[in-house]
Design a protein around this ligand. Structure first.
Ligand code: SF4
Length: 958
């Protein structure tokens, strides 16, 4: 008799053995997604990690990275004690010191700076999830030189969204997974919003909604798309605007939506050469005007009892002409410049495909309308019986953002969504609280001349949203005031700072020398820098006269022995994410979803077994030692002696508003705002380490204009007033910068920046060829080169993880099979990849799903040999490589000899994906071939214990 193999397995395998003697809830930190987890412990050791089924982010789903958190926690690369450099920078020669010496030295260095010129401290963090604290600390210290890694990640996406719709994708918003019938995804980074996107795509596929992926590479999410459009990198903006062209031509625009919720009817002054040309016409109170068709008169644009015109040309009381902003928009995108036939030549996508996609969008948006039987009231008190939606949703991330034309591309995508009326409508894009906020949020960066003074906090945060030249951080002569040149004429709207320029500028002393570079979780010595070889030189270069390092002092905090550690002078060893308190705050990047507001915590599930401290505790202690007002009592004692958990509970940013919004008030029953609750953390722990408030059905859509939602948002402390959030098709602040460049106003750019500002500060989205492509010899460098994260890795942490290394131990250069055939390149051949910046050698992997003019590879797999306590023979070092080595952080000299950053001219976003390369065969394959360039093998400090990571962790517990 045959045996059923499945029954045999069921009989003999215990699929649910008892594996732990304790289970603790916390939040995953293996990527940016912040899923809830249950950590199973046995004998005080982490035995198993499981997804928390009740958690709003992941609902129990756990990815490969999340499960492999055990190997992160027990990594042999963990730092074990504070270190002080005793050899030359880069030598890896350190001595172990006590925390008192480490903190004493840091305090001594930092107090001297604060006593004299706080700007001499540059404080930059990487994948830090405590930016609510780090930004506040910088402001208290008094330095504007602070940002996290957003400038080289996706600030184009964030800034374009925040200036256009008061929200954006990823943590700011999500597709309406339940109702969308047509979903377009542009160039998404696979490591962001990972589990929610995966579960969302599962829902879409189950319902049979169409999923179109526009991406040069068909991997990850794109691999399950119903249609893949292998666009040429950097041309997405033109593709999107060609769709706008088609929708305008076919009249598939939601005009009612535009009139109610956007600035489409607002009149724009047409008076070329005048100081207000291109600005909105306003009444004496400064309110925008429109043309009321019912009375044929001017009317306040925010009035509700009028019939505004969105096309035409009208005369203002002073005799000048003004037109609705929609008129300008329609004129621009109906021109041939944005036709599918023009786009075809640039994007490599046939015009008929663009026309078909446009028609599909139009059909689904206007013929497959969704009606939810939910009555709601808009901001003006108008009652609506139903919620009517356009079920077309879009999502995008770094792929379209990390180009020098990325801001306008991302804005174009939001404009497209506005035109079809799908922003926060059922079936479309949905805001996640605390968004929407006014577009842009009413927060200006601090750091002007009178805002930076010795021993004085700045009056506001270092990052914000300028709305005109008067908000820039520039000297009277127009030179930048920040070390990264954020909020200067080089990158006026750099809402996340320009971290990738910090080392270069600090090394050059441009715009001024700094004293101390203080970094947290930022692997600037390797994969977080463009142009790694020069970056290493900048950290080690000395002044020929004084013999001192050109960047005099570097303090660095991290949990692991990364490639950056040997270049720091003092190392403050951090814990792993399983050993500390953390706060995933609404003041930073929370874990909300479109149907609810939420935040969460991490609690220590195990005690550190090394002499390490959570960085947030260290920062708070440094704040007290330095006497920063918010971290010190009036008596001069530490205000938060209990460290970060003490701060999380007791710090108030405004009356009743603290880092956590849940379980507030003396009884723990208040939400959003409320008195301090000493038991708040206990209540979070009891609730699985998160808090969530679910919205009523009437509050869930049209949040930008929904009275019930806006009032709720005020009650919860998410926004200041329940005013309508107007969607900005036309971004007036951009025109203000342009007018300054044309010679108007008191604050104007230096002459060398005028043309650049005039060209790129267009209040309506434009398309232009990415800078590197525009200035390169495209015959010499005919191909695009991209990197992307694999789903199983999150930045450089992942590729040192004993389990995850088995998925991606090294990376190859992926290339189109068709293109390779023409070049006589075969699978596994070694090739040279050259750019105007440099050359590297890598092994080729051929594939079908990639744009023929594009090569790509996984990022952050390649490691410097010896780093992360990996063996010098580890494949990550011998066969892995970084594309960063051949990307320049600067553009070539242009005219005046000045070199701009290789960045978007509006936000300063690093243009990683503009890279142009040529590919050449490297000769016959030889055994033992290594990737190039190879750097000197990194010497890991003798103070870091050697260890053998085991992939059979826990086997002995069986
Ligand atoms: S998606 Fe990110 S946060 Fe969620 S389990 Fe995976 S690694 Fe952790």
């Amino acid at each position: 008799m045959s045996v059923n193999p499945f029954e045999t397995v069921a009989d003999t395998v215990d699929t649910s053995p008892k594996i732990s003697d304790e289970v603790k809830f916390t939040t995953c930190y293996m990527c940016a997604c912040r899923c809830g987890i249950k950590v199973h412990l046995k004998d005080d050791k982490v035995r198993y990690i499981e997804g928390n089924r009740d958690h709003p982010v992941n609902k129990g789903v756990l990815c490969a990275k999340g499960s492999a958190g055990i190997m992160q926690h027990y990594s042999p690369a963990r730092l074990t004690k504070p270190l002080k450099r005793v050899g030359e920078r880069g030598s890896g020669e350190f001595k172990e010191i006590e925390w008192e010496e480490a903190l004493g030295t840091a305090t001594q260095w930092l107090s001297k700076i604060r006593d004299n010129d706080p700007r001499k401290l540059a404080f930059f963090t990487g994948r830090d999830q405590s930016q609510g604290l780090t930004g506040f600390w910088a402001s208290q210290f008094g330095t504007p030189n602070h940002a996290a890694h957003g400038g080289f990640c996706s600030v184009n996406m964030a800034a374009a969204g925040l200036y256009t719709i008061g929200g954006s994708f990823w943590e700011f918003g999500e597709p309406d997974w339940e109702h969308t019938r047509y979903f377009l995804m542009f160039g998404v980074a696979e490591d962001h919003d990972s589990n929610p996107i995966k579960t969302g795509l599962g829902k879409l596929k189950t319902r049979g909604a169409k999923f179109v992926s526009i991406n040069p590479v068909k991997t990850g999410y794109s691999a399950i798309a119903d249609e893949w459009i292998g666009i040429k990198p950097g041309t997405d903006g033109l593709f999107i605007l060609a769709i706008v062209h088609e929708l305008l031509k076919s009249n598939q625009i939601d005009l009612d939506y535009l009139v109610r919720y956007t600035n489409a009817p607002w009149l724009v002054i047409q008076d070329e050469g005048s100081e207000d040309h291109g600005l909105f016409a306003r009444d004496d109170d400064g309110s925008p005007l429109c043309w009321n068709k019912a009375t044929n008169t001017l009317a306040p644009a925010l009035a509700t009892d009028i019939s505004p015109a969105i096309a035409g040309s009208f005369t203002l009381p002073d005799g000048r002409t003004a037109v609705p902003s929609f008129q300008l928009l329609a004129e621009r995108y109906l021109s041939e410049e944005y036709s599918p036939e023009t786009a075809e030549k640039q994007c490599g996508i046939e015009a008929r495909t663009i026309k078909r996609i446009s028609a599909e969008i139009g059909r689904v948006a206007f013929e497959d309308t969704i009606e939810l039987d939910v009555a709601w009231t808009d901001w003006a008190g108008r009652k609506h019986d139903k919620m009517i939606g356009r079920p077309v949703a879009m999502h995008a991330m770094r792929g379209i953002s990390a180009h020098s034309n990325g801001f306008h591309t991302c804005r174009a995508l939001h404009v497209l969504q506005i035109l079809i009326g799908s922003i926060d409508a059922p079936g479309g894009f949905r805001y996640k609280p605390p968004f929407p906020k006014p577009a842009p949020p009413p927060l200006k960066p601090a750091g002007k001349v009178d805002q930076v003074r010795p021993n004085t906090p700045m009056p506001g945060p270092p990052l914000g949203f300028p709305t005109g030249p008067e908000d820039l951080l520039v000297e009277p002569n127009g030179q930048p005031r920040r070390i990264d040149k954020a909020f200067s004429w080089e990158a006026p709207l750099s809402a996340h700072g320009v971290m990738h320029m910090v080392l270069n500028n600090a090394w050059k002393g441009d715009p001024y020398p700094i004293d101390t570079l203080f970094m947290y979780m930022a692997n600037m010595g390797w994969n977080s820098s463009m142009n790694v070889p020069d970056t290493i030189k900048m950290m080690t270069d000395k002044d020929e006269v004084t013999g001192d390092y050109k960047i005099p002092k570097i303090i660095y905090s991290d949990a692991f022995y990364s490639e950056t550690i040997p270049y720091a002078d003092i190392i403050l060893p951090d814990t792993t994410y399983l050993e500390r308190w953390d706060c995933i705050s609404l003041l930073d990047r929370p874990i909300c979803d479109a149907d609810g507001v939420a935040d969460s915590i991490r609690q220590p599930v195990v005690k550190p077994d090394r002499d390490v401290r959570p960085f947030q505790d260290v920062l708070i202690e440094l704040g007290a030692r330095l006497g920063l007002p918010a971290f010190t009592t009036e008596e001069g004692t530490p205000k938060y002696p209990g460290g970060y958990p003490d701060y999380i509970v007791n710090h108030e940013r405004g009356p009743g508003i603290g880092p956590l919004a849940g379980f507030r008030g003396a009884d723990g029953l208040s939400e959003g705002k409320g008195e301090i609750n000493p038991k708040q953390l206990d209540q979070y722990v009891e609730n699985g380490c998160f808090w969530r408030h679910e919205f009523n059905p009437t509050e869930r859509y049209f949040k930008h204009s929904n009275k019930a939602y806006l009032e709720k948002a005020v009650d919860l402390g998410l926004i200041g007033a329940p005013n309508q959030i107007i969607l900005q098709l036309y971004v007036e602040p951009l025109q203000k910068f342009r007018l300054a460049a044309e010679g108007h106003g008191d604050i104007q750019p230096p002459d060398e920046h005028r043309d650049r500002i005039k060209t790129y500060f267009d209040p309506l989205p434009i398309y232009y060829t990415p800078f590197e492509e525009a200035i390169s010899d495209t015959n010499t460098f005919p191909m695009h080169a991209l990197t992307q994260r694999p789903m199983a890795m999150y930045h450089s942490w992942g590729s040192q993880n004993a389990w995850l290394r088995q998925i991606h131990g090294f990376n190859k250069l992926y290339m189109s099979r068709t293109r390779a055939k023409k070049m006589e390149i075969n699978n596994d051949d070694w090739v040279y990849v050259s750019s105007p910046q440099g050359k590297l050698k890598a092994q080729v992997q051929l594939m079908e799903g990639v744009n023929e003019d594009t090569v790509w590879t996984w990022n952050a797999i390649g490691k410097r040999r010896g780093a992360w306590n990996l063996s010098p023979d580890a494949p990550e070092g011998t066969k892995g490589f970084l594309l960063n080595h051949i990307i320049s952080q600067l553009l070539p000299e242009q005219g005046s000899g000045y070199r701009y950053a290789n960045s978007d001219p509006i936000t300063g976003q690093a243009a990683w994906f503009d890279l142009r390369v040529k590919i050449e065969k490297a000769g016959p394959n030889k055994p033992g071939e290594l990737t190039e360039p190879q750097f000197e093998t990194m010497k890991v400090s003798s103070t870091v214990p050697r260890g053998n990571p085991t992939s059979r962790y826990g086997e002995k517990d069986k």
